[in-house]
Design a protein around this ligand. Sequence first.
Ligand SMILES: O=C(O)c1ccccc1N[C@@H]1O[C@H](COP(=O)(O)O)[C@@H](O)[C@H]1O
Length: 219
Amino acid sequence: MKIKICGLTDLKEAEYANQNYVDFIGMVLFFPKSKRNITLEQAAGIMKCLDPKIQKVAVVVSPSLEQVRAIEQTGFDYIQIHGEIPSGYAESCCLPVLKAFNIRDMKDFSQYSADPAVAGYVFDAIEPGSGQVFDWSLVKEVPRDEKFFFLAGGLNPDNVAEAIRSVHPDGVDVSSGVEYGRERTGKDPEKVRKFVEAARKAIGDKAVCDQVYCRPESW
Ligand SMILES: O=C(O)c1ccccc1N[C@@H]1O[C@H](COP(=O)(O)O)[C@@H](O)[C@H]1O
């Protein structure tokens, strides 16, 4: 079971990821509508501060091939794509894709599950990065294959254990749920710590571990 903290925007947030030994971080790119959108140059600076063991995910919405190539050159390990994967991706790009499904897109699931460029799935609420929880029963029946299954959408320190027990994902993904409230923006180190602690505690629960789908070592 892996933990992903998404939407990092500055160097101190990279430090929170290091301090809590998270497995993945995400950074939102080429999506100015998001308050977490940063430039490739900012992302490169954040990457330099990250523990090299942490996997770096570029989070994008229907990117162009040109944007994907720029992301590849910046040194990301994965690309999380909401919306459409650009046509010609397999021929000219090599970053493994985490295909995000904003739950109304589930009709496209079988198409993407057959795509060799797709290394994993991120199941998220309708509005990405909105902090909204969706009905987890919608993904409980998703057939488990060799691709990685991240649960996202409104997770927070108070509901992540229940999410793990209920859905048995391979990984949990959070952004809004570890941020400050209305008065301040950015990640709250105390919420990051509590989220990671709650997730690890739930994972450590033997009854849960026995049911969680086992991943290959590389994950
Ligand atoms: O965070 C954003 O603004 C964002 C923008 C574009 C695509 C995805 C985005 N966020 C991703 O949404 C999930 C869940 O976030 P939350 O915990 O519900 O806030 C996560 O993967 C974010 O990276």
